[in-house]
Write a protein that binds this ligand. Structure first.
Ligand code: 4NP
Length: 158
């Protein structure tokens, strides 16, 4: 199973998702490829936001060594699933694909928990520690749901 999480800056939401999912994968002895990327280039090459690092370390997960990168056209064929963390990210992905004369599939991460509701993980960048904790909780629930979904007997990825 190859999963890519995408947000805007790749320094807050998607790095937390990468960290949480990798932790779950490790605990369950799975051979899955997990990465994250952003639609914007502002923070490329940077480690995650210190508040995202803190939120994860509060939960025993180290994301401090992650490095932000931008999405590529190849990501949409290299990964089985591309999860968008939010509505504004969907719009940016569409624009990215169009400007590269390319196509690709992606879906809302939170649709795994709330099917068809198109819910977003709220952008915590301009918020405080509590906003990061809220984002972490939503992401953790979604990642646990992903584990159940793709390790269940009827999963086409087994
Ligand atoms: P992320 O959060 O998309 O969850 O990484 C953001 C990080 C940076 C910015 C916006 C959102 N920014 O505008 O620089």
């Amino acid at each position: 199973m190859k999963i890519l999480f995408v947000c805007l800056g790749n320094i807050c939401r998607s790095p937390m998702a990468e960290g949480v999912m990798k932790n779950i994968v490790l605990k369950n002895n799975l051979d899955w490829k997990i990465e994250s990327a952003g639609t914007e280039s502002y923070h490329v090459g940077e480690n995650p936001d210190r508040r995202a690092i803190k939120s994860c370390s509060n939960n025993g997960i180290d994301i401090s060594k992650q490095v932000a990168r931008k999405i590529t056209v190849n990501d949409f064929s290299d990964f089985d699933i591309v999860y968008s963390l939010a509505e504004e990210v969907n719009n940016e992905i569409e624009t990215f694909l169009k400007s590269n004369n390319s196509t690709g599939e992606f879906k809302f991460l939170l649709d795994e928990v709330y099917p068809g509701e198109s819910k977003s993980v709220p952008d915590p960048y301009y918020g405080n520690e509590k906003d990061f904790a809220i984002a972490f909780e939503l992401i953790e629930t979604a990642c646990e749901t992903i584990l159940k979904k793709f390790t269940s007997a009827d999963s086409k990825f087994l």
